[in-house]
Design a protein around this ligand. Sequence first.
Ligand code: SAM
Ligand code: SF4
Length: 437
Amino acid sequence: MKYKILTWGCQMNIHDSEIISGVMQKMGYCPADTLQESDVIILNTCCVRENAERKVYGRIAQLKQFKQKNPNLILAVSGCMVQQPHVVEYISEKLPYVDILFGIKNVHKLPELIEITRQTNLPVIDISGDSRIDENLPIKHTNDAKAWVTITYGCNNYCSYCIVPYVRGKEVSRKPDDILREIETLANDGFIEINLLGQNVNSYGKDLNIPVTFPELLRRVNDVDGIKRIRFITSHPKDLSDELILAMRDCKKVCEHIHLPVQSGSNQILSKMNRKYTREHYIELIYKLRDAIPNIAITTDIIVGFPGETEKDFLDTLELVKAVEFDSAFTFMYSKRKGTPAAEMADQIDDDIKKDRLNRLMQVQDAITESKNNRLKGTIQEILVEGVSKGNINRLSGRSRTNKLVNFDGSEKLIGKLVNVKIIEPHTWSLLGEIVE
Ligand code: SAM
Ligand code: SF4
């Protein structure tokens, strides 16, 4: 029996798919190469923007033909989308050939749900799930050298545009000993890079009986033998402490990169977004980070067209982008999410204006990214080789400590290893290099 998982969304979802994969393999299922040969197809969905939801609905509609050809095929939908009651209602009514709807906190129940739907031939829905952390779920890692380790689930921040706290629930931290045990096992299994995951890693530990801060956790992870690189995502500017900057500076395994979403450069918009920091505070953080770690790469997320965003607000964002010089940025048009405060705000922005602002923002950021990459020409970067390059199967690709994508010629035997690569041809989205001794 074979299964296929289709994943949308952020790194959290990609990691959740690794857990779903672990559960399926524990049941004896093997990964399928194609949808045609699958006995179970699982869609792990995202609802952060409307576009993501639209793609999932399109995919579910396409999969109807597979169900018609193979009535034994089980179609399951999970992830953030199904945590919204109106989505469950829509799928149950309009897409009744979906067999299982399960919440991400119920992944341990998947074997039981598959069994029920096979026996009854009826759809099953299991969305609720408690906030207790299941420490015994199997994980099938997609990469042999770099692993994702969740440190917090959920989010308490309620940024006014964001659906995540409603679908992922309140923030719950894993105990440091459980995290450390997992990382020690990963190190024993040969993993060399650890990526700590949470919607706001900087607020890690506040909810624990014996509180532990994120910088304290980072220092403990830094002491695990065998691990050579540590990354973390995502950092919220309001919780980024001086203590964290010092821990990043001191811990030699912590990579010189931080993803620090700014969202907007206008104080008026930041306040309406409920982000709880100002542009001045954000810029001060950038100075402190660069002061402590001079070669640090800084990346960000930016939303344009938030309700009430004036041309002046947008120009404040452009000006901040030029002043900070991010290494790269994920840029989004604001997308109205049902149930969030921003969706109810009166002054929604026209799509044409959003598109125009997005294009102008991308032009400015792309030029900065290109110029920053150009400065790397001739430098030697330590690269963790992740696999064969997506754009050219004759090349390898991997990431520098500053998270730059680097392609180069080399033997597939190097996959999973650290190599030194000289940058010979920088581009905007990647760097071309050659291995040096
Ligand atoms: N927790 C992280 C943080 O606070 O930065 C990221 C969570 S979210 C999955 C990733 C990014 O999606 C956010 O940083 C934001 O820029 C964007 N995003 C979230 N809601 C959005 C919305 N309604 N419209 C457009 N972009 C949105
Ligand atoms: Fe969403 Fe804000 Fe939480 Fe990030 S911090 S997940 S943007 S509510």
